[in-house]
Design a protein around this ligand. Sequence first.
Ligand code: NAD
Length: 384
Amino acid sequence: MLFGILRENDHRVSVTPELAKKFISEGHEVCFEIGAGTTAYFNDSSYTAVGATEKSREDILKTANVLITLDPISKEEVELLSEGTFLFSSFEPFQDASICELYATKGISAFSFDMIPRTTIAQSMDVLSSMASIAGYKAVLKATELLPRYMPMLSTAAGTVPPSKVLILGAGVAGLQAIATAKRLGAQVEAFDTRAASKEEVQSLGAKFVEVAGANDDTNAGGYAVEQSEEYKKKQAELINQKIEKADVVITTAQLRGRPAPTLISEEAVKSMKPGSVIVDIASSTGGNCALTEDAKVVKKHDVFIVGNSNLAADISEQASVLFSKNVQNYFKLMLTKEGFNFDFSDEIILQSCIVYKGEVIYGNEAKQQALVPAPQVEETAEA
Ligand code: NAD
């Protein structure tokens, strides 16, 4: 099979030369668009050195059997693909399922990394976690760049500098990495999340958990947050507002899968913050957790910096590309053979991540999903 590597819209690359080498050593071919890895510090010669060949973007789109990308290619480019192409990307069908119809009419197959179940066994393939962890780290560094204050407590000859107070809203993968990073910098860290399980995780990193009693049960939500009652939201807002007023930095990461992000910081709360304070809103692409966030922008409102950036992983392009590629490599161990793909749909990871198969929309269609699963083998028993 011919694997294609395209130049992405940000600084990362989906397949490093190391992974390209692996595909080639398994008998496949790899082609890459000129400059595909340059901004992740993998230059063209590092791809040719492992046996990959340079091609134009159009040529790759028209001829590759397998395309692995960080973000989906445009609808116009999908038109160029040949029937039978396999696409691997983060398609977010839970945001817009109509994308599946387009792939189906082209007779292609699409597998979505963001549909891989968040289970222990799938951890090594979880691109959402790899990228969120980098984003959490970078969010704290972004805040330190803008903050006109130190993070750690310092005793200087001119007097003692108090530590900055950092508040993390949403203690999932990104939030936990933000906690760890802010702690390493010596800040005083508090965090809040609606998921019951997060309390212990926050505390294990040495941060204080801001507790709001009465959250809805999330035990059957696959690890994701659930919508909360109006009464809970009111109590949460009151307590969070008190914490925001005192914070020097607020990092927000709260997301609700397939729905707009909850607003956790109102304009009034921004106004209550000290001048020069910083909000880094990682949830900006789905509406943001702060009412004043503007996606993909840094704005200053009421003397507070507000960074709206859901793509912070791209700022650490080399490492993000390496981790993304490792996730892809681990995922492909489940399905890639020397002869081509061998999908065992009895494996939940493959089944859940397949959104379109050979021109059929699988996402959201349980009957079609189940039809892919092979019938269990009935063991023959010796007749008595
Ligand atoms: P996410 O990006 O969907 O959301 C980030 C955080 O925001 C979550 O912790 C969520 O609970 C929180 N949140 C949502 N609404 C909120 C609100 N109103 N107020 C405060 N916080 C709010 O989450 P994620 O980081 O992708 O992680 C999702 C879940 O999957 C987590 O439980 C995580 O621990 C779990 N997970 C499990 C594995 C695994 O076992 N393999 C791997 C990765 C993630």
